[in-house]
Every structure is written in structure tokens, then in C-alpha cells.
Design a protein around this ligand. Sequence first.
Ligand code: E4P
Length: 219
Amino acid sequence: MRLFLDTANIQEIRDGARLGVISGVTTNPSLAATEGIGDRESYKSAVQEIADIVDGPISVEVVSLDSAGMIDEGREIAEWIPDPWVKIPSTPDGFEAISTLAKDGIKVNQTLCFSVNQALLGAQAGSTVVSPFIGRLDDIGHEGIELVGEIVDVFEKHHIQTQVLAASIRHTLHCTMAAQVGAHIATVPYRVLLQMVQHPLTDAGLDRFISDWKKASGS
Ligand code: E4P
């Protein structure tokens, strides 16, 4: 399972990329707004800066609600960076846009997916990846991780090439479980990435190694 960073914060992306474990970035309009980005030109320049830092797919979301607008935006976004994944929502207009963009050879991250049927529709339309949202399903009392596993199983059973990107990850266990149920990619907030690194026994073990070494070397 590959790991992406789920943020539009340039510093977080720089810091995360330095670990050498990140192979892509996902953004969305809310993440962009958190960074004070609210117009096309600023989104474009932030995305270009992200693409300079991370050598991998960068997901950029459209904000139109109608298929024609999504297609126009998707075609424009596809010119911004070397490896764009255009994020299109799982709506009727979205499926129409996905099928047109996929025919153009543009890679699509089908976002806001909350059911196996939406994932199946996106796959037929030509989504490169589908993003089931774990945390938002948990928020309304469903086990979000189960959806990820169900989509993985159905895609495997039917030899569907669309990959499964576990999104809306809120904590480290989500990431572990996404890997266990076979997600191809998990996109994690920077905070969760840092938590994934941590283990108290690693810290305690390191303290012991260093203090034993200092004692033995008399330093
Ligand atoms: C990523 O592609 C999604 O937009 C993101 O993971 C959503 O996360 P949230 O539900 O925590 O906002």
C-alpha cells in the first residue's frame, strides 16, 4: 500500500516528503481553503509547488457541479503538473465527467465515494482510483473501513483495474486497517503520519542504547 499526504500545506508536504515514505498528495477545496487558497490561480500555483516537492500523483479537485464545468476544469488541471489526478465527485454529472476525461487519457480520482455501487459506476466510467471516505462514514455510525474492504474484494473478483485509495483517515488505526483490507493507497493527514512513526518502546530503546554507549565509552 502506498502512502499519500492529505494536505495542501506546503511545509507539511516538505517535512513529510523528507521522510522518503510519501509517493503522492491529495488536496480538496476544504484543505486548500485552510491554507487561504480560494481562487483558481492560487490553487494552481500551490499545486505546482507541491508537484515540485513530491514526485508522484497530485490530486486536485474540481469545484463545478455540472459535467461540462467539471470537464473544462479537469482538462485545465491536467495541464498544470506532470502527474495530475483530477478529483471528481461520485454524482451523475461526476460519472459523465469521469468517462469523458478518462477517454481523453486524463487520470481521475473519484472522490466522495460512500458505497460499493458508486465505486462500481466510477470504475465503469474509467476512474483511475476511487476514494472511499472512512472517517466520514464512521462519523455517521458506519464502519468506514468495511467499505474499503468490500470495494477491494469486488474489484478483485471482477478483475477491475481501478485502484482503491483509502481517504478521510482520522487516526493511525485507520491506516493499519486500510492496509489489512487491501487498499492500494492510503492518504493520511500529516498529523497521522507523525503518529505512525511514534512508538514509546522505540524511544525508550534508543535512550537505553545511547546511555549504555556513553557509559561504555566514558563520554
Ligand atoms: C482526500 O482525498 C479527501 O478529500 C480527504 O481525505 C477527506 O478527509 P476528511 O473527511 O477528514 O475531510
